[in-house]
Design a protein around this ligand. Sequence first.
Ligand code: ATP
Ligand code: MG
Length: 418
Amino acid sequence: MHLKRLELFGFKSFADRTVLEFQHGLTGIVGPNGCGKSNVVDAVRWVLGEQRPTSMRGTEMVDVIFKGSSARPALSVAEVSLVLDNTEGLLEGRGAEVSITRRVFRGGEGEYLLDGERVRLKDVRAMLYNTGLGSRGYSVLEQGKIDAVLSADPLERRGIFEEAAGVSRYRAQRKEVAARLQRVEQDMARLEDLIGELESRVRSLKIQAGKAERWGEARTAWRGSAESLARHQVWLCNQELSRVAAELTQRLAGEQELRGLRQGSEQDYGLRERESLTLQAEIERCSSEASELAAELRALDERRTNLASRAAGARAAAGEELARATALSAKLGEREAEAAQARGEHVALDEQARRAQQEAARLAEELRELGRRSKLARDSSQQANESVLACLRERTAAQNGLEHLAASLAPLEERAQQ
Ligand code: ATP
Ligand code: MG
């Protein structure tokens, strides 16, 4: 079995994917200090499962990821794959070429792949037992390691020889078995403790079982009593139930009756409500009529006041007319007396004239005088007659006015009373 190829990507100074092919025979890597020669050896140990960051010359495992340079940014993953030639079949159950891959991400998570399949570190280590390969195997002797081997104490050197002789696998298995045996012994001791504990619990459970038995008997007795009590209570309940059923029937009948009453009341209520609505409408009509009548009454009051004042005016005018009529009547009396006097004088003068005419013949002078006097008397009589006629006309007009006023007074008084 020999190393065939090493592929690096993002590991330390190998930012680009780099493939190193190893031919049969010797391969040497030459370069100036700090060019990355030791990084190749670190990559081989890292892919084989190195766990100590210090041995990778860092403080934590993510330090192996390319951290960038002035020319390019840092990466977030480092990956190394180691390809082994297994044509001799040293790695049992594997093909002619075996690849081991390890990755670590910036977050700290890592993974291992065997021939592209995800595996645990344990699987990688198990496969490499006795091959001399491994992160601490003798097959990798990094810078200064030869000096370390030569100056190592016999015990450390023995580890290297045992690894080479294939003893280390059995030693590891023995260590594992011893550890398992120790775990089993510890389990046994725990089981013994447990058994002791369980025995004491069994004793206490036996006591508890005796108590439980007694409790069971007591419970059976209690159940019997409880049953007879319950039966008695059921009997009482049945009694109560039949009494309640009879009462219920009675109540139902009462309810039926009340329902009938309620229905009647509801009908009555409907009727009353309709009546109330009609009455309400009537009240509204009456109230509007009352307001109309009140308005009319106010108007009539106003008119009555007007008519009363007009009647008082008319009464005053009638009084005045009456006084005037009385005065005119008095005047008429006077004129009538004057007329009568004048008529008397006329008659006397007529008489005198007749006597004078009779004496005319005799007394012409006396006749002229008498004629003149007769003419005067006639003129005065004429005047008196005219004044009597005027008085008569005035009295007729006054009487007419009085009658007219009397006739208009009667309806006014009637309206005033209304
Ligand atoms: P010497 O001849 O002195 O032994 P060398 O050739 O073995 O040197 P290495 O020690 O392998 O060199 O490489 C060191 C170089 O690797 C340094 O230049 C360092 O900057 C670089 N290096 C180490 N870790 C990283 C990293 N995570 N990212 C980028 N560069 C890194
Ligand atoms: Mg170096």
